[in-house]
Design a protein around this ligand. Structure first.
Ligand code: ADP
Ligand code: MG
Ligand code: ZN
Length: 491
C-alpha cells in the first residue's frame, strides 16, 4: 500500500534571526551582555523615551554586509530603516527599527550537502538589519510576568530563504550551514539555547509534480536544531493528514511543543499583525558604497567550503573527513597548527594528524565538554605523536595510549616529557629475531588454528596477529609481524 505521505512534497522557507556579536546595541551605547542583571543595560534610546535619538552602530552594518558577501548576496548601496509598529509589553517603544523594502543584502544563496552526496543550492531572499525586543519572563513568579528590557535594541540580522527547502534533512543542513557561516565570520556565537540564533519555519505541502505552492503555516521561535527538525516533521504530517481528510490548510502562526512533538495554532491571519511599516524618520539613509564593500571583503576569513577543498588538496585528507574538520573554524585552526608543527610534512603524517584530531581530540572534547580552545594538549605534542607513528617508532594503538598519557601533562613542557618517556616504553620492536620468538611461541600454543589455517582458513591470520600483538604488548612492528607470520605458516 502506498503511503499517503509519499504523494506530497513539503515546501519550507526559513527565517533565521541571528544576534550580532557587537559590544553595544544597534542604536545606542548600552552593552549587549547576555549575563548582565535584568534591566541594567538600558537607556532612553533603547527604552524609547520620547525625543531620544538612535545612532546606528557601524559594526552592525559591517557584520550584516559580511554575512551578505559570505552568502553570495547583492549588497544594496542605499537602504533605509523602517519602523515596524506593534504593541507588546516587552517593547516599550511600540515599534522595532527594522528594514522593510530595502534590505541591505538580497538575492544570495548557499550550497548544502546532502546524505546522498548531492549538493543543493538554497536561495536567500534577503538579509536585513533589525533590533530585538525585550524579554517577558513568565516562569519566575507564579502569578506575575517579569520584564527584562536588556534585550531591547540588541542588534539582529534576519536571513530569509526562498521556499527552496524540500525536506527536514535539507532544513537541518541549511540551518547548519547558516550557523557555521555566522560563527566562521565571528559575528554570532551560534548559541540556539541562549537565543542568539532563532528560527521560524514556514511549511506547506503540495502534491508531487504541482508547481503551485500550497498554503503555508509559520512555526515561530524554534530554539534548537532538534526542535526545528521535529517541528517541521510534525507540521508536514499534520498538513498532509488535514488535506487527506478533505480539509484545507489555512494560514496560521504555530508554536511547537517539544513534549508531545506537536505543532498548534498560536494566531490566525485575522488576528495577525499589521505592522504599518513606515520609514524611520530619526535615521538617515544607510549608504554602503563600493569602497566600503571592498574594505569589508578584505577582512573576510577563508570560508568553510574553500577551506575544506584546500584540506583535501594540500593535506590529502579524505573528502568527508575534511568536512568534519572544517565544520568549526577553531577546530580547523587546531588541525592546521598540528600540521604546521610536523617534522615530516607528508601525506601520511597529515592523515595521521587528521585522524588523531578527528577521533581522539574530539572524543576527549565530548567527554569533558570542552571547546577546542580549552583543549589541554598542545598541537605541537600531537604533531610529535604523528611523526613518531610515521617513523615507525610507535604503532597506531600505542599512539592512542600515549595520547591518553599526555593528557595529564599540565603544560606543553610536561606533555613533551611524558611523550618522550612513553615513546620509549611503547617503542615498537622491529628486531626480527625478537618478534620471531613470539611468532613461533604463538603458533606452538595454537596448533588447532594452525591446522585450520593450513587447510585453507586464511582469515585466521588476523587471529594470530592479534595474539602476537597482545603478547608483545602492542609493541611489535605490524609489518614485520605479518611477514614473519606468513613465513612461519608456509613451512
Ligand atoms: P512573513 O513576514 O509574512 O513571514 P516573509 O516574506 O518575511 O513573510 O517570509 C516568508 C517566508 O516563508 C520565506 O522564508 C519564504 O520562503 C517562505 N514561504 C513563502 N511561501 C511559502 C509556502 N507556500 N510554503 C512554504 N514556505 C513559504
Ligand atoms: Mg515570517
Ligand atoms: Zn540603550
Amino acid at each position: 500500500m502506498e503511503s499517503i505521505y509519499n504523494k506530497y512534497e513539503p515546501v519550507i522557507g526559513l527565517e533565521i534571526h541571528a544576534q550580532m556579536k557587537t559590544n553595544s546595541k544597534a542604536f545606542c551605547r548600552c552593552s549587549t551582555d547576555f549575563h548582565s542583571s535584568p534591566n541594567s543595560n538600558v537607556c532612553p534610546v533603547c527604552l524609547g523615551y520620547p525625543g531620544a535619538l538612535p545612532v546606528l552602530n557601524e559594526k552592525l552594518v559591517e557584520f550584516a554586509v559580511k554575512m551578505g558577501i559570505a552568502t553570495n548576496c547583492k549588497i544594496r548601496e542605499n537602504s533605509i530603516f523602517a519602523r515596524k509598529n506593534y504593541f507588546y509589553p516587552d517593547l516599550s517603544k511600540g515599534y522595532q527599527i527594522s528594514q522593510f523594502d530595502t534590505p541591505v543584502c538580497s538575492t544570495g544563496y548557499l550550497n548544502i550537502k546532502l546524505k546522498n552526496k548531492s549538493v543543493k543550492r538554497i536561495e536567500i531572499t534577503r538579509i536585513h538589519i533589525e533590533e530585538d525586543a525585550g524579554k517577558s519572563i513568565h516562569d519566575f513568579h507564579e502569578d506575575d510576568t517579569l520584564i527584562d528590557f536588556n534585550r531591547c535594541g540588541v542588534p539582529l540580522i534576519e536571513i530569509v530563504s526562498e521556499p527552496d527547502i524540500n525536506s527536514t534533512e535539507e532544513a537541518f543542513q541549511y540551518l547548519t550551514k547558516i550557523k557555521q557561516t555566522l560563527v566562521y565570520l565571528e559575528i554570532n556565537d551560534g548559541n540556539m539555547e541562549e537565543g542568539s540564533l532563532r528560527c521560524d519555519a514556514n511549511v506547506s505541502v503540495r502534491l508531487k509534480g504541482d508547481n503551485k505552492l500550497g498554503t503555508r503555516t509559520e512555526i515561530k521561535n524554534l530554539n534548537s536544531f532538534k526542535n526545528v527538525s521535529d517541528a517541521i516533521e510534525a507540521e508536514i504530517k499534520r498538513q498532509i493528514e488535514l488535506i487527506e481528510s478533505g480539509e484545507t490548510v489555512s494560514y496560521h502562526t504555530m508554536t511547537y511543543n517539544a513534549k508531545d512533538k506537536k505543532t498548534s495554532t498560536a494566531r490566525t491571519k485575522e488576528e495577525a499583525h499589521d505592522y504599518r511599516y513606515f520609514p524611520e524618520p530619526d535615521l538617515v539613509k544607510l549608504k554602503v558604497d563600493k569602497d566600503r564593500i571592498g574594505r569589508i571583503t578584505e577582512t573576510l576569513p577563508e570560508f568553510p567550503d574553500e577551506r575544506q577543498k584546500r584540506f583535501v588538496r594540500d593535506y590529502f585528507i579524505p573528502d568527508n573527513e575534511a568536512d568534519e574538520i572544517t565544520q568549526e573554524r577553531n577546530f580547523a585552526d587546531y588541525f592546521e597548527k598540528v600540521a604546521g608543527s610536523l617534522l615530516n610534512k607528508n601525506e601520511r603524517t597529515f592523515r595521521i594528524s587528521g585522524n588523531i584530531v578527528r577521533s581522539e581530540v574530539r572524543k576527549v572534547m565530548n567527554e569533558r565538554k570542552l571547546g577546542i580552545d580549552e583543549f589541554p594538549i598542545s598541537p605541537k605534542v600531537i604533531a610529535m605523536i604523528a611523526d613518531s607513528v610515521n617513523e615507525g617508532k610507535i604503532s597506531i594503538s600505542a599512539s592512542k595510549e600515549i595520547f591518553t598519557a599526555v593528557l595529564d601533562g599540565k603544560n606543553e613542557d610536561e606533555q613533551k616529557s611524558i611523550f618522550r618517556k612513553s615513546e620509549e616504553s611503547y617503542s615498537q620492536v622491529s628486531d626480527s629475531s625478537e618478534i620471531e620468538l613470539i611468532v613461533s611461541r604463538i603458533l606452538e600454543n595454537n596448533p588447532k588454528e594452525v591446522e585450520r589455517y593450513k587447510a585453507g582458513e586464511k582469515k585466521l591470520a588476523g587471529f594470530f596477529v592479534g595474539k602476537i600483538m597482545q603478547e608483545s604488548k602492542g609493541k611489535a612492528n605490524p609489518k614485520i609481524v605479518n611477514e614473519l607470520l606468513l613465513k612461519n605458516l608456509e613451512v
